[in-house]
Ligand binder design. Structure first.
Ligand code: SF4
Length: 419
């Protein structure tokens, strides 16, 4: 039986795309291989968001090129494949196929061409996850000046509601309890008849689906209708990921984020009004060109005001091909690192406080699996974004349990079962 091996870098959209291609290969009789050296097809799904992600992918592709068995095919897909195209084949001649992110929708035809004569059958029965991703839109029209995504993923397009519902129904039939709706700019979803809040109301009607999440949203497309939908739909997680990127209006303008900090804070107030128990999380970048100490202090101030549960924090790095690449990258590396450390320290202390404030309280947890190292602990997630460990016998993945948090270990709640 032919074997495949996957290496996926980057965001959840890449994880979802890899999963889709894995299924298509399995329908053609392929099986997953634990080792790349034994695989007949090696697929590397790449990310272009930061230079570091591209470097790591290139190193991995180079390793696979050397170690792959004779006649094995090496496919490189995703954002770096889109950005560099066939140039990649010139750098690493062992690459057999390059599929850019904009062509992922054509993957059926591409696989057909690559594997002629492979008979397609029903997907073999596999153990499915309790949680899964479902892309609902792709691409981005926002052109934040630091970001390569609109160039490598192309303009926004939304998948029709009916298609999304069918995909979710199939997943639920296979045991999925929670889905995360994905899009580069998910809340700008619009298939000409249905906008994002209405999509949530429709999906919530799917029987057997217990929880709905979404990521990643843009503040300019977050409005009262969306926040009200999250509050009104019991299946919605109480978690809003709202990337702010910076607290300084000058920097937000240079980033082309299309909002000012006061508008962002108004949104946060609205979320707290409708969803007082919600986790709010964010993405923040420090060291953008022209960022002064005053600008950075404004970011810290905003973080203190919002009190995010967690945040993805990183230092600006130039992406060739973006508008910001033509700006002078004038914040020295050591200042970027020291600002990043200061921000991480602040956010870590807020995260710890938020987690420890939950100790003693009850919450509802979706159990996702057993912890490998300590098998008396089961892993799960509360209705927000908090990771939970439950020590208990006779439970299994997919159950929704009422638990009480007895301890916090910083970024995880240790809980006991109530019912
Ligand atoms: S919204 Fe901005 S940061 Fe997000 S994908 Fe689009 S351009 Fe990139």
């Amino acid at each position: 039986m032919p074997l495949f091996y996957f290496q996926t870098f980057g965001c959840q959209m890449n994880v979802a795309d890899s999963e889709q291609i894995r299924k298509k290969l399995m329908m053609r009789g392929f099986k997953p291989s634990l080792s790349p050296d034994k695989a007949d097809i090696i697929v590397v799904n790449t990310c272009s968001v930061r230079e570091n992600a591209e470097i790591r992918a290139r190193v991995k592709i180079g390793e696979f090129a050397k170690s792959k068995k004779e006649n094995a095919s090496l496919w490189v897909i995703g954002c770096m494949a889109e950005r560099l195209g066939d140039k990649l084949k010139r750098i690493i001649p062992e690459i057999d196929l390059v599929i850019g992110a904009k062509r992922i929708d054509e993957i059926d035809g591409i696989i057909e061409k690559q594997l002629p004569g492979c008979v397609c059958s029903k997907l073999p029965e596999t153990e499915s996850n309790v949680t899964d991703f479902v892309p609902v839109m792709r691409g981005c029209n926002n052109y934040c000046t630091y970001c390569i995504v609109p160039y490598v993923r192309g303009p926004e397009h939304s998948i029709p509601v009916g298609e999304i519902e069918n995909v979710i129904r199939e997943k639920v039939t296979n045991g999925v309890k929670e889905i995360t709706l994905l899009g580069q700019n998910v809340n700008s979803y619009n298939d000409h008849e249905t906008d994002f809040p209405d999509l949530l109301y429709k999906i919530a009607n799917i029987k057997g689906l217990e929880r709905i999440r979404f990521t990643t949203s843009h503040p300019k497309d977050c409005n009262e209708k969306l926040i009200r939908a999250i509050a009104e739909i019991p299946k919605m997680s109480r978690h809003v990921h709202l990337p702010v990127q910076a607290g300084s209006d000058k920097i937000l303008k240079m980033m082309n984020r299309n909002y000012e900090s006061f508008q962002y804070l108004e949104l946060v107030d609205m979320i707290k009004k409708y969803l007082p128990d919600a986790d709010i999380t964010t993405d923040i970048m420090v060291g953008f060109p022209g960022e002064t100490d005053k600008d950075f202090r404004e970011t810290l101030q905003l973080v203190k005001q919002v009190r995010y549960t967690t945040a993805f924090m990183f230092a600006y790095s130039v992406r060739e091909g973006t508008e910001a690449a033509s700006m002078v990258d004038n914040v020295p590396k050591e200042i970027k690192i020291s600002r990043l450390n200061e921000l991480i320290n602040l956010q870590t202390s807020i995260t710890k406080e938020i987690y420890s404030n939950v100790v003693g309280k009850e919450c509802e947890v979706l159990i996702t699996g057993q912890q490998k190292k300590r098998d008396r602990f089961w892993m799960g997630q509360d209705k927000g974004c908090k990771k939970v460990l439950v020590s208990c016998n006779s439970i299994k993945a997919g159950m929704i349990l009422k638990v009480r948090a007895v301890r916090s270990s910083g970024m995880t709640l240790i809980c006991e079962r109530i019912v």
